[in-house]
Design a protein around this ligand. Structure first.
Ligand code: MD3
Ligand code: FE
Length: 218
């Protein structure tokens, strides 16, 4: 929901920049529509299974490269064996603009070429524990887009799963870019707040997060 007083852009740590309300609601709705299509297949959205045998509470569908704990593949051998869809040009372009805007650096944006997107869906009870994304062989920034219910995003440090960390509210339409020294920091989503989304965003409940990554895989 857009606020009377806009939330300011914020550098949470070196290389970690939050840009509130980056996506207008029409754009959010367009992305939600695209996510609904991607979730149907050829690789269906699913809760990935951890090496412990437990299923994640978050549901995920991938573009470009299929991610499962803790590797990337071209074929979704844990989700029906289909081949992942490519990252569409418009989404890669959005990623370029995201990096350019967050860092106020057009050259960094032009150089950004994401080859994987993860679409995460959180229902009211879903959480993501503290982890690092380290399957990528590349230090390029991660672009994160949030749509739907507000969550608490916990941004930690690169050394330990615990403190110090900073809790930040991510609202529908927010952009967060994680690069430089923040790229390999621990992070997680301890809570989603039901009923907090702008109805115009296209989701009636839950939260969608789209992350764009550069895998560095061939
Ligand atoms: C910081 N997703 O998919 S997005 C993930 O909201 C993931 O669904 C969360 O963590 C979500 O791996 C958080 C923000 C995010 C994504 C990747 C990062 C933050 C990151 C990689 C490095 C540092
Ligand atoms: Fe992550």
């Amino acid at each position: 929901m857009s606020a009377l007083i806009p939330r300011p852009r914020r550098t949470v740590a070196d290389g970690a920049v939050l840009v509130p309300d980056w996506l207008d609601v029409d754009r959010q709705r367009g992305i939600v529509d695209a996510c609904r299509e991607w979730a149907r297949g050829p690789v269906p959205m699913r809760a990935a299974r951890l090496p412990t045998g437990h299923a994640m509470s978050v549901q995920t569908v991938c573009l470009g490269w299929h991610w499962q704990p803790y590797r990337y593949s071209r074929v979704a051998d844990d989700a029906g064996g289909g081949r992942v869809l490519p990252v569409p040009e418009w989404l890669a372009e959005l990623g370029k603009r995201a990096v350019a805007d967050a860092y106020d650096d057009p050259a960094a944006g032009a150089a950004y070429e994401p080859d994987a997107a993860l679409i995460n869906f959180y229902d009211d009870a879903a959480r993501m524990g503290m982890h690092r994304d380290q399957e990528e062989r590349c230090g390029a920034p991660v672009v994160s887009l949030s749509i739907g219910d507000t969550c608490t995003f916990r941004f930690g440090n690169a050394e330990t799963r615990g403190k110090p960390y900073t809790d930040v509210g991510l609202h529908s339409g927010d952009l967060f870019v994680f690069g430089g020294p923040s790229r390999f920091a621990y992070h997680g989503v301890p809570k989603v707040f039901p009923g907090t989304a702008d109805p115009g965003c296209g989701l009636t409940s839950g939260r969608l997060n789209i992350t764009l990554r550069v895998t560095g895989l061939g």
